[in-house]
Ligand binder design. Structure first.
Ligand code: SF4
Length: 488
C-alpha cells in the first residue's frame, strides 16, 4: 500500500504535491519522494514521513511545472532509501513514475529485462520494473521517432500484457504530459481531478484517494477504470483509452482499513461501507447470543462500524480507548518488535468507561494478533469483566501479493484456527469475525457501478490475477522475510 499524487498545469505543483502527500500520509510512513521537471529532472526522496524528508531546503531543490510525489509502504523492496519512489529514466524521452501495488511476476520480468533489454535495475522496488517495461516498449514503438499518443498507448498495452499484479501508476514524460494507468483488475484505487485557475486554465491532478484532491481544491473529473490509460497534455486535453479487457476486482481491504473514511474509492464512500460492515457484524453478534454493556472501538478505522453496531444492538458506545495521534499506525509499522512497543505508547484506556463492564471491542482486523492481545489485556487491567473482540474483517488466512505487507502465512493468527482458539490465544472471552459475503455485499451495495466482485484473496485465497501459484507465494514471502531481516 502506497499513496501518490501527480500534477500538471498548476503554478506551484511542488508545493501542492507536498500538501497532497500530507493528506495521504496514512497510506505509507516509510519513505517519501517528489520529482519535478523544468527542462531538468529534480528528484528528492528519502526515508521517513513527508515532514521529515521535505524540509525547506529540500523543497527549494525540487522545482518544475510537472511534478509527482509518493509515500511508501514497503512491499517487495527492502525499505531502504534506494527503494523510495518516484523513479526516473532519462531514456527514452525522460520518464518519471510512481505507483501503488505489487508486481506478482517481478522476478521473471527482471530476468527478461536483463536478458532481452540489457536493462539493469538500481533497486528492489517493483515500480522500477514497470518503468523499465514501459520504457522498453516506448523505445521499441517509437523506433527512433518522436513521442506520440499512439506510442504511449502501445507501451501501456504491453505493460498490461506483461506485468501481472496490482498497479495503479502515475507518471510523466518530460515536456509531454502527465499519465496514469490502472491494471486490468483495477485492484488499487486511483482518481483524477480538475480545477479551474483564476486565468481560466484547467489544471489536473491524479491521486490515490479522492481525499487528496478534495484537500487541494480539485473536483473529481474521472475515475480510471481497470485496464484504462489516461494521458493529460500541457494543453489540458485528457485522453482516455481502455487498453485491456477489464475484470474489475478492487481491493476490499481498502474499505476495511487503508483508505481514509472521508475518501470515496471508485465513487464508493468508505464511511458508508464501514457503517454497513457494522450493521452486518451486529447481526453476527446477535446470532451468537452475545450480551455486552458497552461497545468500544479501537481507533480509528473501526469507529463508523462500531457506532452502527452500538445503534443496532442498543448498547452504549464508549470511546474508552484514546489514541496518541503522534505514534504511527501499528499495522504498517515494519517489524513485530516495533509493533509491540508502539501499542501501549499509542493507546490508553479510560478505566471509568470499562470498569465492571462487559466490553464489546470492535477492531478493523486481526492480523497477527500482536496488537489485539495487548488491547484485550489493557481492558482487563482497567477492570473490564468480559471482553468480546469483533473484527470488521473476516479471518485473514492468506498473504496479500498485491502490495499489502500484512504477514507471512505462518504469522497469520487465523491461518489454521477457529474463533474459539483465536479467542483463547488473545485472552478474549469470544471473538466474532465478519462474514466474507457480508463484507463484499457492503461494498457492492454502496458502489455506484454494477460491481460483480472484489479482490478478497487474503480472506478466501482466490487471487484474481494470473501468476499467483505456490512459487509466487513463496517468492513474496521470501522477499518479506529478507526485508524484515534487513530492517532488524
Ligand atoms: S489480497 Fe486482500 S489486501 Fe491484497 S489486494 Fe486483495 S483484498 Fe486487498
Amino acid at each position: 500500500m502506497c499513496g501518490f499524487i501527480g500534477l500538471i498545469g498548476t503554478d506551484a505543483p511542488v508545493r501542492e504535491v507536498h500538501d497532497g502527500l500530507l493528506a495521504i500520509q496514512h497510506r505509507g510512513q516509510d519513505a517519501a519522494g517528489i520529482v519535478a521537471y523544468d527542462g531538468r529532472f529534480h528528484l528528492h526522496k528519502g526515508e521517513g514521513l513527508v515532514r521529515d524528508v521535505f524540509d525547506p531546503a529540500a523543497m527549494a531543490k525540487v522545482r518544475g511545472e510537472l511534478a509527482l510525489g509518493h509515500v511508501r509502504y514497503p512491499t517487495v523492496g527492502s525499505g531502504g532509501a534506494e527503494d523510495a519512489q518516484p523513479f526516473v529514466l532519462t531514456h527514452p524521452f525522460g520518464i518519471a513514475m510512481a505507483h501503488n501495488g505489487n508486481v506478482v511476476n517481478y522476478r521473471p520480468l527482471v530476468e527478461r529485462l536483463q536478458r532481452r533489454g540489457r536493462r539493469h535495475l538500481l533497486s528492489r522496488c517493483d515500480v522500477e520494473v514497470i518503468l523499465n517495461v514501459f520504457a522498453d516498449s516506448l523505445a521499441r514503438h517509437a523506433a527512433g521517432g518522436p513521442f506520440s499518443h499512439e506510442v504511449y498507448r502501445a507501451a501501456v498495452s504491453d505493460v498490461f500484457r506483461d506485468v501481472h499484479g496490482a498497479y495503479s501508476v502515475v507518471g510523466f514524460v518530460a515536456g509531454e504530459g502527465l499519465f496514469a494507468f490502472r491494471d486490468p483488475h483495477g485492484i488499487k484505487p486511483i482518481c483524477i481531478g480538475r480545477r479551474v485557475r483564476r486565468d481560466g486554465r484547467v489544471v489536473h491532478a491524479v491521486a490515490s484517494e479522492s481525499v487528496v484532491l478534495e484537500a487541494l481544491g480539485y473536483e473529481i473529473e474521472h475515475r480510471p477504470g481497470p485496464g484504462e490509460a489516461v494521458f493529460i497534455g500541457h494543453d489540458g486535453e485528457v485522453r482516455i483509452d481502455t487498453l485491456a479487457e477489464p475484470r474489475f476486482r478492487p481491493c476490499v481491504f481498502e474499505f476495511v482499513y487503508f483508505a481514509r473514511p472521508d475518501s470515496a474509492l471508485d465513487g464508493t464512500s468508505v464511511y458508508r461501507v464501514r457503517e454497513r460492515m457494522g450493521r452486518a457484524l451486529a447481526d453476527a453478534v446477535r446470532r451468537r447470543g452475545i450480551e455486552a454493556d458497552v461497545v468500544v472501538p479501537v481507533p480509528e478505522s473501526s469507529r463508523p462500524a462500531a457506532l452502527e453496531m452500538a445503534r443496532e444492538l442498543g448498547w452504549p458506545f464508549r470511546e474508552a480507548l484514546v489514541k496518541n495521534r503522534y505514534v504511527g499506525r501499528t499495522f504498517i509499522m515494519p517489524g513485530d518488535g516495533a509493533r509491540r512497543r508502539s501499542v501501549r505508547h499509542k493507546l490508553n484506556v479510560i478505566a471509568s468507561e470499562v470498569r465492571g463492564r462487559r466490553v464489546l471491542l470492535v477492531d478493523d482486523s486481526i492480523v497477527r494478533g500482536t496488537t489485539s492481545r495487548q488491547i484485550v489485556a489493557m481492558l482487563r487491567e482497567a477492570g473490564a469483566t468480559e471482553v468480546v473482540l469483533c473484527s470488521t474483517a473476516p479471518p485473514l488466512r492468506h498473504p496479500c501479493v498485491y502490495g499489502i505487507d500484512m504477514s507471512t502465512r505462518r504469522e497469520l493468527i487465523a491461518r489454521d484456527r477457529d474463533e474459539a482458539q483465536i479467542a483463547e490465544l488473545l485472552g478474549a472471552d469470544r471473538v466474532v469475525y465478519q462474514d466474507l459475503d457480508d463484507l463484499v455485499a457492503a461494498v457492492r451495495a454502496e458502489s455506484p457501478a454494477d460491481l460483480e466482485d472484489t479482490c478478497h484473496a487474503c480472506f478466501s485465497g482466490h487471487y484474481p490475477t494470473g501468476g499467483v501459484d505456490e512459487q509466487a507465494l513463496a517468492d513474496v514471502e521470501l522477499e518479506r522475510l529478507e526485508a524484515e531481516r534487513e530492517r532488524g
